[in-house]
Design a protein around this ligand. Structure first.
Ligand code: SF4
Length: 445
């Protein structure tokens, strides 16, 4: 009997990517052969997202596309859209089964095995957060979920409804997961969560994110660790010090084990640079707080990359409010922005607010901030010329033959000359130039 095939499509955030990897390994354990989502498969899984109305629309479209590719296939929808609006997905004729987020770690309970002889054993699993993954296919840098859910209620955000309250992965499970991925050869581990800074608050003892990071950096096999997005109020002085020290060298300092492994990179959501809008959004800080934080981070280590999320077109955002946001961003030493166009999400207070901003205005504001982001990133890249950085080599460049492509610890794309076997490794790079925001460089002699 031919091996049955399965295809997974992932929309949305790093958490979804990690969880798709968990599902992929479960499917392989059930005997499925994984194929690309655009090929005929016996089973399609759509790991959905609904952060914007566009991603929700994409989910519905992809369900139909999959069923057109193989009308006999079983189509399973899961992820945040399936969690928050299962009825909307159930209405789509193409969808056979809608699974909530908790069920993603127990696919064997819902899906038929691909073969009678399918192996029955799974990697060790831990409650709520799903099974561990043995490697992250197609990724040099591996994500590790250490926390899920959020106790906050920002006015625009659907995530607390989709992912529930904040829960942390016990530290021994985090270590086990990191160890598995290091054994699979991943040179960089990225810690991810819905609300990373709440790590540890629900665990016994007093472990914090900073403590977890410090202890992970002491793992001898760990070469590089990166933090993903963290809320402004949760950036502690201890973490700032750890990150500032982290870029010096890959070799651990014998006097302070762990130094040199932590990427000099922060991603700190700002959402608006106008205090009135921040208050309407129910964000727990103001622009003075945000500015002081970014300046503290940059003065601790000027070569640190600092990215920010910004939402344009939140209800009530006037031209004057946007002007203030723009000026605030211009005045800050940020490296790049992720700019989101506000779209009302059902269940959220902002969806009911008056003064919704017209689509064309939102589009123009997005464009303006996007251009500022490009400029800031290019300026940051230029400021690295003449310096030595450590680069995780991910692949050969798609545009220039024989040239390697990677990511510096301070989150800049890099192209460099180097031996083929550097792919999947971390190498030092002398930065010789920068084209827009892409660094050019070579291995030091
Ligand atoms: S935006 Fe606010 S509510 Fe949404 S996940 Fe972040 S902190 Fe939680």
């Amino acid at each position: 009997m031919a091996t049955r095939t399965a295809a997974i499509k992932t929309l949305g955030c790093k958490l979804n990517q990690f969880e798709s990897e968990q599902m992929r390994e479960q499917l392989e354990a059930l005997g499925y052969r994984i194929v690309s989502f655009d090929l005929p498969a016996d089973l399609y899984i759509l790991n959905s997202c609904m952060v914007t109305s566009r991603t929700a629309r994409d989910c519905r479209r992809l369900c139909r596309v999959a069923k057109r590719t193989n009308p006999q296939a079983l189509l399973v929808a899961t992820g945040c859209y399936a969690e928050v609006e299962p009825e909307a997905l159930k209405k789509i004729a193409a969808v056979d089964l809608v699974l909530d987020n908790a069920a993603r770690g127990r696919l064997a309970e819902f899906l038929p095995p691909a073969q009678a002889s399918a192996p029955a054993s799974f990697p060790p699993s831990y409650a709520e957060t799903g099974p561990m993954i043995r490697h992250m296919a197609g990724h040099t840098r591996a994500f590790v979920k250490i926390q899920e859910g959020c106790n906050a209620r920002c006015a625009y955000c659907v995530i607390p409804y989709a992912r529930g309250p904040s829960r942390s992965v016990p530290s021994d499970k985090v270590f086990e997961q990191v160890q598995l991925l290091l054994e699979a050869g991943h040179p960089e581990i990225v810690l991810i969560g819905t609300h990373l800074g709440q790590y540890g608050a629900d665990l016994p003892g007093d472990i914090t994110l900073a403590e977890l990071v410090r202890r992970l950096c002491e793992m001898p096999e760990l070469r590089r660790l990166r933090l993903s997005s963290i809320e402004p109020r949760e950036v502690s002085d201890e973490l700032i010090e750890l990150v500032a020290a982290g870029g010096q060298s890959l070799a651990p300092d014998p006097h302070c084990p762990g130094q040199g492994k932590l990427c000099r990179h922060w991603h700190i959501p700002m959402q608006s640079g106008c205090d009135e809008i921040l208050a309407r959004m129910k964000r727990p800080y103001d622009t003075a707080f945000y500015r002081a934080l970014i300046e503290r981070i940059k003065s601790a280590e000027p070569d640190t990359a600092v990215g920010a999320d910004v939402i344009v077109g939140f209800p009530g955002e006037s031209d004057e409010h946007f002007k203030r946001t723009r000026a605030f961003i211009e005045s800050l030493p940020l490296t790049y922005l992720h700019v989101f166009t506000y779209s009302p999400r059902r269940h959220t207070p902002a969806a009911q607010m008056p003064e919704q901003v017209p689509g064309q205005v939102k589009k123009e504001r997005n464009h303006i901030l996007h251009e500022i982001s490009e400029r800031k990133r290019a300026e940051f890249a230029r400021s690295m010329v003449g310096k030595q950085l450590e680069v995780v080599v991910e692949q050969f460049s798609e545009t220039t033959e024989g040239i390697l492509s990677g990511l510096s610890d301070n989150y800049l794309r890099a192209q460099l000359d180097g031996p083929e076997d550097s792919v999947g490794d971390i190498v030092p790079m002398e930065v010789t130039g920068a084209a827009e925001a892409v660094l050019r460089g070579e291995l030091p002699i």
